[in-house]
Design a protein around this ligand. Structure first.
Ligand SMILES: [Zn+2]
Length: 248
């Protein structure tokens, strides 16, 4: 097929995490079989009033986000309308990854079955990292993955099970024509310190699973020599290409 997938990187502003302002990334993959959004950064409501939407979590994570930084607005600036997105892949459903939900009416929302179960059972956002209003929307059409998933069956977008940070967390391994493999760890590794073993991964679900998942991703990165994109790493993020530039 003429032209393989193109990967666009965005952020919906920053969050204060451990005293550092970190980016809140999301990704668009323009694939010959359709546009795929990976996470959506922060919900739009957060740009208006973070306390109203996140409650006490807004104090824990100081957010900097404008309306123009919401995923739907940034995609529109790239010429990608809401109807064009066929899939939204959720690495997980924590508060800073759910910005796409409810904004792409024709999209199938892909998430690991364990993640959706955990999010639906979650109680207090302050402990769990979930805000039910983000994903408890009757209009959403879910596709739950029970294991790993090759989204289009062509090896270009592979969803990997990397639990630990959350119950059904997934990372993505992409295969682009020019760039080659790209590993989107999402929150399986927030930053270089975690990636290099100087800090523990941020495990809201299971430390042991998080450690195993990170070990597996390191091995995979080593084997494939993938371009590494960590979940919330400010220094790396500033060196990567952002939309409207892209990786092909
Ligand atoms: Zn998270």
């Amino acid at each position: 097929m003429p032209g393989g997938p193109a990967l666009y990187m965005f952020d919906s502003g920053t969050l204060g995490l451990g005293g550092v302002d970190v980016p809140v990334p999301f990704f668009l993959i323009r694939h010959p079989q359709g546009d795929v959004l990976v996470d959506g950064g922060n919900p739009l409501a957060v740009a208006h009033d973070p306390h109203a939407h996140w409650g006490a979590l807004a104090e824990q994570f100081e957010v900097h986000m404008s309306e123009e930084q919401h995923c739907a607005a940034q995609l529109r600036r790239l010429g990608v309308g809401p109807q064009s997105v066929g899939h939204v892949v959720q690495t997980h459903l924590h508060i800073d990854h759910t910005g796409a939900l409810g904004h792409f009416p024709d999209a199938t929302i892909v998430v690991h079955a364990r993640e959706l179960r955990a999010a639906r059972a979650a109680e207090a956002p302050i402990a769990s990292g979930y805000v039910r209003e983000d994903y408890e929307r009757p209009e959403l059409r879910w596709q739950t993955a029970e294991g790993e998933l090759d989204l289009f069956g062509d090896g270009t977008i592979r969803l990997l099970e990397t639990p630990g940070h959350s119950a059904g967390h997934m990372s993505l391994l992409l295969d682009l024509e020019e760039t080659g493999p790209v590993l989107l760890t999402a929150d399986a590794a927030d930053n270089r310190a975690q990636w290099e073993g100087r800090e523990h991964p941020r495990a809201l679900f299971s430390r042991e699973d998080a450690r195993r998942s990170l070990e597996r991703l390191r091995e995979l990165a080593h084997q494939t020599d993938a371009l590494l994109v960590l979940g919330h790493e400010p220094d790396d993020w500033s060196r990567l290409k952002h939309s409207p530039d892209c990786y092909t």
